[in-house]
Write a protein that binds this ligand. Structure first.
Ligand code: AMP
Ligand code: ZN
Length: 459
């Protein structure tokens, strides 16, 4: 079956056909590392991680680049406010971002380029745009001249007035056209800067991405992703730069944008202040439950975040792990994931349907009394889970995980259970009750079965 993806550029679902099936290229705009990532920032990382997993099954080589924006005015402002070096801010928050994404089961991309490592390439691309008369120099700035690219506005479908209003661009006197945007700007001595043919300065945000794409992936890429807010002006500008620098070669074949994560139906954003940080949520919930929560809505739909959503997600995973534990606690994934799970994801990453398929598999396992069949289905469940980046731990590990990085000490639990069994045998029921209470305080629920007492993390 074919993989269908919704293309923002053509506004329809299309069969995905890479330019070169031997080397599929994908780029996703990564974090600006000036602060902690909020859970809305994690949505594109998780969504495109699912796509990366799906593409890797289909194609022998997938080159996935997710950049780190480490040149940005917000970073400069944070460094000034905290009285530390810019590098301290970017190094700290790059590390935190990587750790947070790893906790959400996001695979490292093939390449993680940093803007600061690409300044010579950025300068070269700006020079190419100048040479082709798509850009001009004015008062130490280099600007892209929007009227020089007739197809400008096609991705966002905006008309000219909308674009000027939407970009909130400064109407600087040195601009030939109000829609023109910055490729290079001068830096004062207190700001980071690089020598260039136009004096000491720093690149604009849009050219950073275009240049990293050109450097690592080529002139035309297969897939470009990011959040919906990046369509305009960021991606519109990327297209203009890339296409004009490469004499009209298509910049990207398929554009994909995730919908917003909201809180009380309002877009989560640092500027509105209605944010929940990944780092904080991980203190009280396993990364896998947070990941599941992020995938419960189709990626193009809005997703309203709440504590309840995470609690529900954890409960659902508890049920799936319980099924695995009962059917085959050491199950390894089967050679290929269930067709129905792949079919759901092939339909423009329909994760809610894929999740329903996993639930269906769990139900079939629970209803079957044939041990061999239960084991086979458990292996299928694990393989299906892997496509979504879940269910890859052993049930024993899952049930001892109360939150990321924090586990209940199994040896302590086992010794309390043994002490309780001894107390019951000696008919000291008060002591047995006290031990049960102690286990409950640790966050453990016990169950007395014919073969002995089992336990799990209460949830
Ligand atoms: P930033 O670090 O602000 O450049 O954003 C990193 C990524 O997160 C971009 O792809 C944004 O489009 C995306 N993003 C930011 N806020 C949200 C949100 N509330 N919901 C979904 N995606 C978002
Ligand atoms: Zn970008």
């Amino acid at each position: 079956m074919s993989l269908f993806l919704y293309n923002t550029l053509t506004r329809r679902k299309e069969v995905f056909t890479p330019a070169d099936p031997a080397r599929v290229t994908m780029y996703v705009c990564g974090p600006t590392v000036y602060s902690y990532a909020h859970i809305g920032n994690a949505r594109p990382a998780v969504v495109f991680d699912v796509l990366y997993r799906l593409l890797r099954r289909r194609y022998p080589q997938v080159v996935y680049a997710r950049n780190v924006t480490d040149i940005d005015d917000k970073i400069n402002a944070a460094a000034t406010a905290q009285k530390v070096a810019i590098n301290d801010i970017t190094t700290k928050f790059t590390g935190i971002y990587r750790a947070d994404m790893a906790a959400l089961g996001v695979l490292p991309p093939t390449i993680e380029p940093f803007a600061t490592d690409h300044v010579p390439q950025i300068i070269a691309m700006i020079q190419a745009l100048l040479a082709k008369n798509h850009a001009y120099v004015a008062e130490g700035h280099v600007l892209f001249h929007v009227p020089s690219y007739a197809a400008y506005g096609r991705l966002s479908g905006r008309d000219r007035d909308d674009m000027i209003a939407g970009a909130r661009v400064e109407v600087a006197p040195y601009k030939k056209d109000p829609a023109d945007f910055v490729l290079w700007k001068p830096s004062t001595p207190d700001l980071p800067g690089w020598d260039s043919p136009w004096g000491r300065g720093r690149p604009g945000w849009h050219i950073e991405c275009s240049s990293m794409i050109e450097t690592h992936l080529g002139n035309t890429i297969d897939i470009h992703g990011g959040g919906h807010d990046l369509i305009f002006p960021h991606h519109e500008n990327e297209i203009a730069q890339g296409t004009c620098a490469h004499d009209g070669a298509a910049y990207c074949r398929v554009w994909m944008h995730n919908g917003f994560l909201t809180m009380d139906r309002e877009k989560m954003s640092k500027s509105l202040g209605n944010i929940a940080l990944v780092h904080d949520i991980l203190q009280s919930a396993p990364g896998e439950a947070i990941r599941w929560a992020l995938l419960t809505a189709h990626y193009r739909q809005p997703l309203d975040w709440s504590d309840d959503l995470v609690t529900q997600s954890k409960r659902t995973l508890d049920g799936l792990y319980r099924t695995l534990e009962a059917a085959d606690p050491t199950a390894d994934r089967s050679a290929s994931p269930p067709e129905a799970v792949i079919a759901a994801l092939d339909d423009d990453l329909n994760t809610p349907i894929a999740m329903a398929e996993l639930a269906g598999l769990a139900k079939a396992i629970n209803q079957s009394s044939d041990a061999a069949e239960r084991k086979r289905l458990a292996a299928d469940l694990k393989a299906g889970g892997e496509m979504l980046g879940v269910l890859q731990q052993s049930p024993a590990v899952w049930f001892t995980t109360v939150s990321a990085g924090k586990t209940i000490d199994a040896a302590t639990v086992e010794s309390l259970i043994a002490a309780r069994a001894a107390a019951r045998k000696a008919r000291d029921f008060a002591e047995a009750d006290r031990l049960r209470q102690q286990l409950a305080e640790l966050g453990v629920t016990i169950e007395d079965r014919a073969g002995g007492t089992t336990w799990r993390v209460a949830g």
